[in-house]
Design a protein around this ligand. Structure first.
Ligand code: ATP
Length: 304
């Protein structure tokens, strides 16, 4: 019996391994398929600049992998020129909202297993129906962790507006409070940055991203606040810059610190892919729910 058990057991292990590899392969194809699917529809037109530049998520359900739904029936509106902030625990789906708005992924494409639904509109137009390039042209992103090109600081800022003059680059750098730092480096605006160049701190990289976004001057902004702790003076300075850049722009802020969001037009509290509370800072505090708890906890930790 034992003689039979060993080969059978071995076959069992082998079978499970093959099955797992096939599942992984399957997942990989689903992901590859999805990447290919973020493509423009034949004859797609650019986003037309008519109407006001409101952003709407209408009942959006989304999954990176059909086995796990990440956003469940998410609906909200950012009125033109206003700021909506999203808060919630790590992994609740905040950055996914930003990725969908920027069309890194399309909702409801083939390969999603038919579980996705809903739509995202900019100025009333479904973003899947217009060209991806025009959607990205309309949006400026300051990501959590800015990756700089292996090129000069000037190139990295000017990237926001191809053909920008040196004066325009400097003006944007001044507004983002990075000009003096750049001037203090030996080669000034010609200093090489990125992996192979001068290493910038998280705050400096974020300022380069802000300068780039200022130069681009988009109608819609996405700020994915850095999770890495900046010192509080740096953090306050960056928040002030973000606030001035966001003025009169339709803005989505993914916030990790509640102090950033207190004056947002609306705050969305997310948990496990659902919006569980929404309102202004004052409304949410008065409600005494999740947001109020988060606020209290953060106040306490700041006092420590
Ligand atoms: P954090 O505050 O930590 O940045 P978050 O709320 O922004 O988190 P998301 O980045 O939106 O969370 O991620 C939501 C969930 O989706 C997480 O569980 C994450 O593991 C998963 N996820 C994110 N990106 C992908 C991806 N490309 N493929 C598969 N799953 C992903």
């Amino acid at each position: 019996m034992i003689q039979l058990y060993i080969p059978l057991n071995f076959l069992g292990v082998l079978y499970r391994e093959i099955k797992q590899s096939l599942t992984d392969l399957d997942k990989m194809f689903v992901l590859m398929e999805r990447d290919r699917e973020v493509a423009d529809r034949p004859g797609a037109k650019p986003l037309s600049p008519q109407g006001d530049w409101a952003v709407r998520f209408d009942d959006v359900t989304f999954a990176y992998d059909p086995a796990r739904i990440i956003l469940h029936n998410v609906s909200f509106e950012i009125p033109a020129g206003k700021t909506v902030a999203v808060v919630g625990p790590s992994g609740s789906g905040k950055s996914t909202l930003a990725r969908l708005l920027y069309r890194f992924y399309d909702v409801g494409v083939a390969g999603s297993g038919g579980i996705e639904s809903g739509r995202i509109t900019i100025a009333g137009e479904d973003i899947r129906e217009v060209t991806q390039a025009s959607v990205r042209q309309a949006i400026g992103i300051v990501p959590q962790d800015t990756v700089l090109f292996n090129d000069t600081v000037e190139y990295n800022i000017a990237y926001g507006k191809p053909g920008a003059s040196r004066e325009e680059v400097e003006e944007a750098a001044k507004a983002a409070h990075i000009h003096d730092f750049i001037e203090s480096t030996p080669k000034g605006y010609q200093t090489m940055v990125g992996e192979r160049g001068l290493k910038l701190s998280g705050g400096e990289k974020q300022r380069v991203a802000i300068a780039r976004t200022l130069l681009k001057n988009p109608l819609i902004l996405i700020f994915d606040e850095a999770t890495s702790a900046l010192d509080s003076a740096n953090e306050r300075a960056i928040q002030a810059e973000i606030k001035s850049v966001a003025q009169n722009k339709t803005t989505l802020v993914i916030a990790h610190r509640l102090s950033t969001v207190a004056d947002a037009h609306q705050i969305l509290v997310m948990d496990a892919g659902r919006i569980v509370e929404r309102g202004t800072h004052a409304e949410l505090l008065a409600r005494g729910g999740r947001y109020a708890d988060m606020w209290r906890l953060q106040q306490q930790s700041e006092q420590v």
